[in-house]
Write a protein that binds this ligand. Structure first.
Ligand SMILES: Cc1cc2nc3c(=O)[nH]c(=O)nc-3n(C[C@H](O)[C@H](O)[C@H](O)COP(=O)(O)OP(=O)(O)OC[C@H]3O[C@@H](n4cnc5c(N)ncnc54)[C@H](O)[C@@H]3O)c2cc1C
Length: 428
């Protein structure tokens, strides 16, 4: 029976193609370390790898297997910059901070690729990204964005595509135009999870899967994490549970909201398929974004359906196939071999949530669908903080992220209404 994440729906194509991967035994006993990390996704594993490499005694626990949250199951698209465009951020926080955050994201991108190359982690990297426009009226802002990024943010990898070029590069005439980013690409995320865990373990990090933190307490200069069969005492802690933290810690839980997102993998489309002949990844201009790309073996990996109501959907493949057919009518009956989902951690302004939530405990998450490169880098920046330099992590800590209104009981129904309104707006 193939392993299937118990906390995220469906069996992923990533899991199906990863092969045998090392298992890390559950914690059994008490540990005392410098740093304890809760959560074995990109954020936690990257922090563990960098801390252990710097000689810090670090232990990391995950309630399930590494990558069972968002990190092993996402769209694999690195993107560029922050989730919000540079000009949008500039309007909110001024040019200097917006540019610093843009530059940080560029560092994040370079870091991810260097880390994988240095440690010989084969992440199936494919270059190229296209952002395409589903409403004609958005075209002007996309065109202006290309120019602004080059002139004001010093990013010259974007080019504007008219409808004809978009149709050629996409293999679909469904969109009105878009932009192409030659400075980024996409990866097999679970391979990065597994590789990062191996780097961390080899550097001396103590890694434990199937070990759920049931409480975290900070008192008298020490942090104590309790699990079913042991405790971990440390000077500092990183809470890297993102959208999966449930009630473990209330401050981060009130700022980061889980939203389901779902992906389907088709059968391989064959070498003569007109679908994305250049191999780029794609996202579109909907608020409820559709994101798709070809896998290394020629499948279409198509993501898009976000569920705002609580509870896991059945038959993920049915709406996914419908969305594929809107863009590629010839694939209306295509076989979907794998369909799965996960929970994206979002914040109200769709910017990361990084905050000291109790003495010596920093929480990081809420990358709002833009966490593949950012979460890996935030892990590294957390390690930097422990080894004495908090300047770069501070850029995220200074973002003003409000809690979701409505408290624990009302926030889900309120968000459900708000996001469904946006989903409706996408259609008109
Ligand atoms: C379907 C989908 C598609 C996405 N596509 C993209 C994309 O294309 N590009 C992009 O940039 N981003 C994308 N994202 C977002 C991206 O995957 C995340 O931002 C990123 O993986 C977050 O990593 P993380 O380590 O912070 O959290 P996660 O990977 O979610 O890890 C959190 C971990 O914490 C563990 N945990 C929770 N509670 C406890 C506890 N009490 N004790 C121990 N462990 C605990 C969980 O088991 C989990 O493993 C997508 C997300 C999803 C779900």
């Amino acid at each position: 029976m193939p392993y299937q994440s118990p906390i995220s729906p469906g069996y992923s194509w990533y899991e199906a193609t990863i092969g045998e991967r090392p298992e890390y035994q559950p914690l059994d006993g008490d540990l005392s370390v410098d740093v304890v990390i809760i959560g074995g996704g990109f954020t936690g594993l990257s922090a563990a790898a960098h801390l252990a490499q710097a000689g810090t005694r670090v232990a990391l626990i995950d309630a399930h297997r590494f990558g069972d949250g968002a990190s092993g199951r996402n769209g694999g698209q690195l993107g560029t910059g922050q989730r919000a465009w540079g000009e949008e951020l500039e309007g909110q926080i001024g040019f200097t901070r917006a540019k610093a955050l843009f530059d940080l994201a560029e560092d994040a991108k370079a870091h991810l690729l260097n880390f994988a190359a240095t440690h010989r982690i084969d992440i199936d990297y494919r270059p190229g990204q296209m952002s395409v426009v589903h409403k004609r009226r958005y075209l002007k802002s996309y065109q202006a964005h290309v120019q602004l990024m080059a002139e004001r943010f010093g990013y010259a990898h974007l080019s504007f595509m008219d409808a004809q070029e978009t149709a050629q590069r996409l293999g679909s005439a469904r969109y009105f135009g878009g932009l192409r980013d030659a400075g980024t690409g996409h990866i097999h995320p679970l391979k990065l999870v597994v590789g990062t865990a191996q780097v961390a373990a080899q550097a001396g990090a103590l890694l434990h899967e199937m070990t759920k933190a049931t409480s975290i307490v900070s008192s008298g200069g020490k942090v104590r994490v309790t699990t079913k069969r042991g405790t971990i005492t440390a000077d500092k802690a990183l809470l890297a549970v993102n959208a999966y933290g449930e009630n473990l810690e209330p401050v981060s839980a009130s700022h980061v909201m889980p939203i389901g997102s779902f992906i389907g993998a088709t059968v391989p489309l064959g070498n003569d398929s007109p679908v994305i002949p250049g191999g780029e990844s794609v996202d579109d201009s909907r608020f409820v974004v559709r994101y798709f790309r070809k896998s290394a073996d020629g499948r279409l990996l198509f993501g898009g359906r976000e569920i705002y109501a609580p509870g896991d959907p059945k038959d993920i493949h049915i709406p996914i196939r419908k969305q594929i057919a809107e863009i590629y009518p010839q694939l209306k009956d295509v076989e979907i071999t794998h369909a799965w989902g996960g929970y994206v951690g979002i914040t109200i302004p769709r910017q990361p949530f990084v905050r000291e939530v109790m003495p010596n405990v920093i929480a990081a998450g809420g990358y709002s669908g833009h966490g593949v490169m950012l979460s890996n880098f935030v892990g590294k920046l957390y390690a930097e903080t422990i080894t004495g330099n908090r300047d770069r992590l501070k850029l995220f800590e200074e973002l003003r992220i409000p809690p979701f209104p409505g408290g624990r009981r009302l926030r889900t129904p309120l968000l459900f209404l708000a996001l469904n309104w946006y989903a409706l707006r996408d259609r008109f």
